[in-house]
Design a protein around this ligand. Structure first.
Ligand code: NI
Length: 632
């Protein structure tokens, strides 16, 4: 192992190749065994804490195998040198959709006589002009197929010319249902004869002309970037943290610390987005099943883009590559998967004294980001670190809205008409952050803080007084909370064992940003499968095996797994190692301006120090050089 290696580094392509080879040997895997997921088996927190750079260590991977013959998931943990730690079958579980399976499903659907006939009926004689997507069927399965088999469902669009935006031309009401393991179409749903909308949705430069231009903007850092990258460890300003990458979650942040007046203090052990689900709110045939769990049913990391300097990121950029193991065991490296750079972020603080003396500081932020493309949508995950000690997560949503066809001008209450006969169904994007926060150590508590006013009277003589009320969320059930802007509600993660200079527990506050609440009924099929959506905040005691809010295997799972299941035990969450699960998202009522490619929508949250520092860490930031003078 090279000296720079760290136990939390993502599995390199070389390591994944070794893992695949050893796994095949150890578990006697044949061609019918697919590698559903190869993830770093992260060492325990205790191990990480005692680890010193240069210590030798073994690297383990958690390998999920889908046996196509037995329709069975197995999970094993194996080292890069072939030492097996565990191997077990998970009866009833289904692996996420794998790329190789999508290819099979599309191939058999394209060759199916019933599909071809249904297309001919719609005037399409060349099946190669049909774009098919492979969507998990969810748990809304036709009764005669609901016998546990593994199914993919294929929405279709027509692509009249090779560079046409096929989402402008949905083939409504036609779906093949493919039994992936049997490699055959087992049902065709052909229940609509709405004409295919014909208005094109051009977005390529060659089609739009894209003539609106501004003068060049250069981001120039003549002395280079202000951060250092050592393997996967980043040091920037007073921050230090590690970048991680996971096939299921994509971008991960580890071991976040801040140097407070020369003393390194811990803030978080691991931060990730553990699930992303998109409930569609249209009952029509083409939409009601489109409730994909992009993280749990697809493996979000698989879809990570290779980023381009000057386009996705601007300035002095450092990229990191990531590798994923595909279903057939091939290891694919994604060049420039993670982008890191600094951004000017306007003023950090400013004051002009009565004597005219001015102090102003420009703020800068560090950005670690990656972007995925899952079918029609792009999701950017952006983690920001600021000079005032705060952290922000922002999801950037762009890409193309899903489309279906209906009669032009008709009343269609759960969708927006974009062009005559082209409709975009209402939907939500719900994300769940899993945050193992460690405020100066692992034993933390979570406190809900609300603002309130006493009635006008003795405690509020002028009617304008208000106070805050703090409630410790002592156990899992009491820690299932919703946002409440009317009460300025937020949550504080405190270390009750460490007091600041005024005797208060040190902490960070979690500040909700733009968000939404699910519209799907809790007792609906989707509501049960994504039960975590119904609370904005969950707190659990930290268990390494509790990683995903909708459970480990949401594919065709009927629901109840994950957070709703674990928290039914109502375990204590006070002064212990806790994990915060923050659920947030956006309710997307498509606009005509979201077509043909949606401008970026944002949703996210902030983590801000609250009683953690004695004073603002922004005070130590030096003024920047102005064009003609120092910025005083
Ligand atoms: Ni959307």
């Amino acid at each position: 192992m090279s000296e720079l290696r760290h136990p939390l580094d993502p599995l390199s392509s070389e390591e994944q190749i070794e893992i695949v080879t050893h796994a095949r040997e150890a578990w006697k895997l044949g061609d019918h065994h697919l590698f559903a997921m190869v993830q770093l088996e992260e060492p325990s927190k205790a191990f990480i804490k005692s680890f010193k750079q240069g210590d030798s260590f073994q690297r383990y991977a958690r390998v999920t195998i889908w046996d196509r013959l037995r329709a069975l998931v197995s999970e094993g943990v194996i080292s890069t040198s072939g030492e097996v730690k565990s191997w077990s079958e998970i009866p009833g579980a289904k692996a996420p959709v794998l790329g190789v399976e999508s290819e099979i499903a599309i191939k058999v659907a394209r060759e199916d006589a019933g599909v071809i006939a249904a297309l001919v009926k719609r005037g399409i004689t060349d099946v190669s002009t049909v774009h098919m997507e492979t969507w998990p069927i969810g748990a809304q399965i036709p009764a005669h197929l609901d016998d546990g088999r593994r199914l993919i469902w294929t929405p279709m669009w027509h692509q009249p010319t090779p560079d046409a935006n096929f989402y402008a031309h949905p083939i409504n009401g036609l779906h093949a249902i493919v039994d992936i393991d049997a490699e055959k179409v087992v049902a065709i749903e052909d229940n609509d004869n709405i004409p295919i909308p014909q208005t094109p949705g051009p977005y390529r430069e060659s089609q739009t002309g894209a003539t609106v231009k501004l003068k060049e903007l250069m981001i120039h850092q003549p002395d280079g970037a202000s951060f250092t990258v050592n393997g996967w460890k980043i040091d920037w300003e007073r921050w230090s943290f590690r970048i991680g990458f996971d096939q299921r979650e994509g971008l991960v942040i580890h071991d976040v610390r801040f140097s407070d007046e020369g003393k390194e203090r811990t803030i978080a052990h691991r931060l990730s987005i553990a699930e992303l689900v998109i409930p569609y709110g249209d009952p029509s045939q083409g939409a009601y099943r489109k409730n994909a769990f992009d993280t749990g049913e697809f493996g979000l990391g698989n879809f990570t883009n290779s980023l381009t300097l000057g386009c996705d990121c601007l300035g002095e950029i450092v990229y990191l590559d990531a590798s994923v193991t595909e279903g057939n065991g091939n290891v694919r490296t994604i060049k420039n998967a993670i982008c890191m750079h600094e951004e000017d972020f306007g003023i950090l603080w400013k004051h002009i004294d009565v004597d005219g003396h001015t102090e102003v500081r420009r703020g800068r932020r560090f950005v670690a980001s990656s972007i995925v493309t899952v079918n029609n949508y792009e999701y950017g995950y952006f983690w920001y670190f600021y000079q005032d000690g705060s952290i922000e997560f922002e999801a950037k949503l762009t890409g193309i809205v899903l489309t279906l066809a209906d009669t032009p001008g008709k009343s269609h209450p759960s969708a927006t008409e974009l062009e005559p006969g082209l409709w975009a169904p209402y939907h939500q994007h719900i994300l769940c952050a899993r945050m193992d926060i460690d405020i100066d150590g692992s034993d933390n508590s979570v406190v809900e803080v609300e603002s309130f006013a006493h009635p006008i009277g003795e405690k509020n003589p002028y009617g304008g007084a208000y106070e805050t009320r703090e409630t410790i969320l002592k156990s899992e059930k009491s820690a299932q909370r919703l946002i409440d802007p009317m009460k300025s509600r937020f949550w504080k993660i405190i270390n009750p064992n460490k007091k600041n200079h005024v005797g208060q527990s040190i902490g960070y506050k979690l500040i909700p940003g733009h968000t939404t609440y699910p519209l799907a009924h809790e007792e609906s099929v989707l509501g049960k499968r994504a039960g975590f959506m119904y609370k904005h905040l969950w707190v659990t005691p930290n268990k390494e095996q509790e990683r995903y809010p909708a459970g480990d295997y949401p594919f065709q799972h009927e629901g109840g797994a994950g957070l709703p299941d674990w928290t039914s035990a109502d375990r204590p969450t006070e002064n212990t190692d806790v994990v915060l699960w923050y659920v947030f998202g956006t309710n997307h009522i498509p606009r005509t301006e979201d077509w043909p490619v949606m401008p970026v929508e944002r949703t996210g949250f902030h983590l801000k120090p609250s009683g953690f520092f004695r004073r603002s860490p922004g005070m130590d930031v030096a003024p920047s050089e102005a064009v003609e003078t120092t910025c005083h």
